[in-house]
Design a protein around this ligand. Structure first.
Ligand code: PEP
Ligand code: MG
Length: 777
């Protein structure tokens, strides 16, 4: 078939003929009577499209009429709609211009061909010569070889993909921006009208689905899906009352500006020389006249307020696709974010509150910070699935410490999950089972029961000391961060707390804890530890540990992991560090106190931090607070530079603790928060083991106690390797203490050391041989 069929398209004669005119729908038209006339015509056309989909005709005829109108409108030879079937298949669902026999037959997989590319990446494809596009794939049954130019846009309801809408022309041409905007508007009408009208494939989306992600916190959880940001779907984009829409838009915009102003004027933003540039930029966008005008024009041409914002956003995204400058891209991202906020405001959609979580909730989100995770707590939250995130990021550490299984990098989760869906996640393997089949459910129930049995089987090991077969005693401590962790000190068999991440206490609050709150918290920790050693690590914020109320990041950093974080913040803003040190000294009440500074890169930083502590102790002593009976001050070795500090540093510090998570990321230059590269580092890599061996050698020469408190300490083979190389103390999450005790008690560490030395001499991984040693018993 060639070109629009006039018999099926009588009304389109009265409607605008060029897509440029149609783009006035998006509000880019000139002022004056001509513009109004065209806006009126565009409004009418949208209404006609909607009527085509909701008429009493059979379903296929309605879809056919819809695509025929669009083809006519574009003066295009082809307009096709490919509907998403299930989560993988795109089926040619209606077409004006392609071989009629291929409708409801021709299929592509998501990712296959130009249509599949649009669906997978949610991008617009505008190709004057489609056949020359690298992603082109020819479907013989459609006979589309005659058409050169191709314009396709995703069809989405909210964040959910419904299909792809395409126009094609025989002549080679690049479609204009106005035409792209027009096709997106038509796609919005299709998405929002065809679903409720029962014109889209059903059933497939509700079938069981299985997603592969990356394991971030172990354990299995069975529960119901709770989307952190409930998806919205834009209601009918055609407005009934343009006046009312304008006033809704004005109100929402006012309210959004108010939010931004409040944010800017907040105590936190005022009290520091804060990220005003970022916020200001955001506010400027919110006042950007041309952006607003574009949205208002969308509304005057017949769109609802939210559809007009969505339209403006689509426009921005189309521009973004052609920009490579990172600064400008970031500005576009801000604009995108602003549009999203505005749409959610218009629709009244908010993030799910912790109190609104259902029982046994498995939270599904794009990304989540450690503080946000703590906000949800562990009462109702049983698991977390993130589309993004990383197994090395702090949210994963918090999940582990809360005992909540977590899967990250679960691509497609937001797309395939619906609120309340039954869901199983396996944080051990990074698997997500949606709407599982009863057999799968039964298998996972068995797995949970088995895990329980395993846990019970480990119980006897908890009470035994971690002494290796050749008589070396390794001290096992636990990592903690919140008070609720402390009962584990009694039950897990740990000798004490080897790493108390004090920042977690800051994360669970909406504002900076006062000194008295901090003191009360440290006192409670010391009390419930009943005399066991607790290593208090001072505030370690920055990078992915963002404290919104502190507003510490005064500017966007290119490399926040290498940026202003941890002790660097404490030294540059000593008031915060001093407050924490005072609270610790007071809480110790003259008893023993152990303080550790995070991410010390140089001796001088340690000296300054220690001097601050000593000064606070003296100052408090003057007003009657007793000095700690025993004071230990240590540093975390998290940057390679500290391993090469002057010998005197090894005399000055009371102990060193290797923060293996950060140390490995800096050693391998592989961001722990980026799963694309985080897997590249590992504690058992030969180069890293050589490094640890060297550190152990230096510490032992100075009799400096050395511990390791990164995640690797919880893995039996890695823990054995560290102990064999000379690390005397390991600190890990409580659940791992018993398995690690068993591992240490099962090996001869002298033999393990020989295995490691021999492997390193060959430049080989010692892992298989160490695992074999462990498996011998
Ligand atoms: C580490 O880096 O290994 C560490 C224990 O600190 P955190 O994971 O809190 O950065
Ligand atoms: Mg660290």
């Amino acid at each position: 078939m060639t070109g629009p069929d006039p018999a099926r398209e009588p009304e389109s004669r009265g409607s605008p003929k060029t897509a440029g005119e149609a783009a006035d729908t998006a509000g880019s038209g000139a002022a004056g009577g001509e513009s109004l006339r065209r806006e009126g015509a565009a409004f009418l056309f949208l209404r006609q499209l909607r009527e085509a989909l909701t008429s009493g005709a059979p379903a296929q005829e309605r879809l056919d009429a819809f695509v025929a109108r669009i083809a006519g409108h574009f003066v295009a030879e082809v307009c096709s709609f490919y509907a998403l079937r299930g989560s993988e298949i795109l089926e040619l669902y209606a077409s004006q211009g392609l071989n009629a026999d291929s409708v409801r037959r021709a299929q592509l997989r998501v990712g296959e061909g130009l249509v599949g590319l649009i669906a997978r990446d949610r991008v617009i494809v505008n190709a004057p010569e489609a056949r020359e596009h690298p992603a082109f794939r020819y479907l013989p049954e459609t006979r589309e070889e005659e058409f050169s130019s191709f314009l396709g846009v995703p069809v989405k309801s909210g964040t959910r993909l419904r299909g792809v809408l395409v126009v094609q022309n025989r002549v080679a041409r690049r479609y204009t921006e106005d035409e792209i905007a027009a096709l997106e508007t038509f796609a919005a009408v299709l998405a929002e009208t065809a679903g409720p009208a029962g014109l889209l494939p059903r059933g497939g989306q509700r079938a069981p689905a299985h997603l592969h992600g990356t394991a971030a916190a172990e354990g299995v959880a069975i529960g119901v899906a709770a989307l952190r940001e409930p998806p919205y779907s834009l209601p009918n984009p055609v407005a009934q009352d343009a006046e009312a829409e304008q006033s809704r838009l004005r109100e929402a915009m006012e309210s959004l500006r108010g939010d931004l102003d409040r944010l800017l004027e907040s105590e936190a933003a005022q009290s520091h020389d804060a990220p005003r540039d970022v916020l200001e930029a955001f506010r400027l966008f919110a006042q950007d006249k041309s952006w607003m005008r574009r949205i208002e024009q969308g509304v005057s041409s017949g769109l609802t307020a939210e559809a007009a914002v969505d339209q403006a956003r689509a426009d921005t995204r189309a521009k973004l696709a052609r920009v490579s400058d990172p600064y400008i891209r970031a500005r576009f991202d801000d604009l995108d974010d602003l549009a999203e906020r505005l749409i959610r405001k218009l629709l009244g959609v908010r993030e799910i509150d912790p109190e609104d979580l259902p029982e046994n909730a498995i939270l599904i989100a794009r990304a989540l910070g450690p503080g946000e995770l703590l906000d949800y707590g562990r009462e109702r939250l049983k698991g977390v699935v993130l589309e993004e995130g990383s197994s090395g990021a702090h949210a994963a550490i918090v999940a582990k410490s809360l005992g909540i299984p977590m899967v990250v990098q679960a691509r497609g989760a937001l797309e395939s999950v619906e609120q309340g869906d039954p869901i199983i996640i396996s944080g051990d393997q990074g698997q997500v089972h949606l709407r599982p089949h009863p057999d799968v459910l039964a298998a996972f129930r068995d797995k949970i029961a088995l895990k329980e049995q395993e846990r019970a089987a480990f119980a006897p090991w908890r009470r035994l000391p971690a002494v290796s077969l050749d008589g070396r005693r390794i001290r096992l401590f636990m990592n903690a961060g919140i008070l609720a962790d402390l009962p584990s000190l009694r039950d897990s068999g740990a000798e004490g707390v080897g790493l108390l991440r004090t920042e977690l206490q800051f994360f669970i609050r909406a504002r900076l804890p006062r000194r008295s709150d901090q003191e009360a918290f440290y006192r409670a920790i010391l009390k419930s530890s009943a005399g066991k050693r607790v290593v208090f690590r001072t505030l370690d914020v920055g990078s992915d540990k963002v404290l919104p109320y502190l507003n510490l990041q005064t500017r966007r950093e290119e490399n926040p992991a290498l940026g202003w974080r941890a002790l660097r913040v404490g030294l540059d803003r000593p008031a915060l560090l001093k407050m924490q040190l005072q609270s610790l000294v007071r809480a110790a009440e003259g008893g023993p106190l152990t303080v550790m500074f995070p991410m010390v890169a140089e001796r001088e930083e340690f000296q300054r931090a220690k001097a601050l502590l000593m000064r606070e102790i003296e100052r408090l002593a003057e007003s009657g607070t007793p000095r700690p009976s025993k004071l230990e001050v240590g540093a975390m070795l998290e940057t390679p530079s500290l391993a090469y500090a002057h010998d005197d540093f090894l005399r000055e510090a009371d102990f060193l603790s290797i923060g293996g998570n950060d140390l490995a990321q800096f050693f391998f230059a592989a961001d722990r928060g980026n799963d694309r590269v985080a897997w590249r580092y590992g504690a058992l890599k030969p180069s890293f083991l050589r490094f640890i061996r060297e550190i152990c050698g230096r510490c032992s020469a100075f009799d400096l106690p050395l511990s390791f408190c990164g995640e690797a300490a919880a893995k039996p083979v890695a823990a054995v390797a560290l102990a064999a190389l000379g690390v005397e103390t390991l600190s890990m999450r409580p659940a791992s203490i018993a398995p690690i005790k068993r591992a240490i008690r099962s090996v001869n560490l002298g033999e393990a050391r020989e295995v490691i030395d021999a492997a390193l001499a060959r430049d080989a991984y010692p892992e298989p041989e160490l695992a074999a040693l462990l498996a011998r018993r």
